[in-house]
Design a protein around this ligand. Structure first.
Ligand code: PGA
Length: 243
């Protein structure tokens, strides 16, 4: 299992250090799963220092298509890599909605991130309207088609399926919906001859109380957690709920 924490625009460097100090102390030594944190870019150096001698991984929530230059306000994936980060979150629904990122731009980022030998965690998902109108598979297909145009199949990448209506709403997708959608994504990948064991994470209101049940669903290989990843206790509840 992969437990990924998306902190969004929360915490400062000091709070980041404190979190990791507490988290490292409380994380069960025998936990087999991978934990990956996505702090805000301003806290990446603090994360890097805190996680230096641990097996806990980190990365940034976004990046640009260039490592340096006249791109005011952007994040350099190369610097994330220099700091020891291994992952970049790409195409989160908040990036798509608030910052106008489209499928083509997201696909270019996936390619760029892989070219640096970093691992893109690529988010896909439908809105409530799309789900209610029976368009879920169509939307996911379109998003996947864009990404798989540029992805290098022999380099690592991870998919995070996050129904937009389940993000930060407390409404978690029904087990049946998660099962159907993850199966659809898996079948798509097999059809494209992509690695069958590519991890597919679920995201959207994952908490300690629903983690074990969700983790039991076929093709759910981990979680991308927002709100419940901000406190050590609630994130550990998720990490330890899954057997
Ligand atoms: P949530 O966010 O767990 O708060 O629903 C998930 C995400 O946005 O990745």
């Amino acid at each position: 299992m992969i437990f990924a924490a998306n902190w969004k625009l929360n915490k400062n460097p000091e709070q980041t250090r404190q979190f990791f100090k507490d988290f490292a102390l409380q994380l069960p030594q025998n936990l087999q799963s991978d934990c990956i944190f996505f702090p805000p870019a301003t806290n990446l150096e603090a994360a890097s220092q805190s996680l230096k001698d641990t097996k806990i991984q980190f990365g940034s929530q976004n990046c640009y298509l260039q490592s340096s230059g006249a791109f005011t306000g952007e994040i350099s994936a190369q610097v994330v890599k220099d700091l020891g980060g291994k992952y970049i979150l790409v195409g989160h629904s908040e990036r798509r909605t608030y910052f106008g990122e489209n499928d083509a731009f997201i696909a270019d980022k996936v390619k760029y991130v892989q070219s640096l030998d970093l691992i893109p965690v690529v988010c896909i998902g439908e809105t409530l309207d799309e789900r209610l109108n029976g368009k879920t598979n169509e939307v996911l297909y379109k998003q996947l088609e864009a990404i798989t145009q540029t992805v290098e199949a022999n380099k690592k990448w991870i998919i995070a399926y996050e129904p937009v209506w389940a993000i930060g709403t407390g409404v978690v997708a029904k087990n049946e919906q998660v099962q159907e959608t993850h199966a659809f994504i898996r079948e798509y990948l097999i059809g494209k001859s992509f690695s069958q064991d590519l991890p597919i994470l679920y995201g959207g209101s994952v908490k300690g109380v629903n983690a074990a049940e969700l983790a039991d669903i076929a093709n759910v290989n981990g979680f991308l957690v927002g709100g419940a990843s901000l406190e050590v206790k609630s994130f550990l509840e998720i990490c330890t709920a899954v057997k």
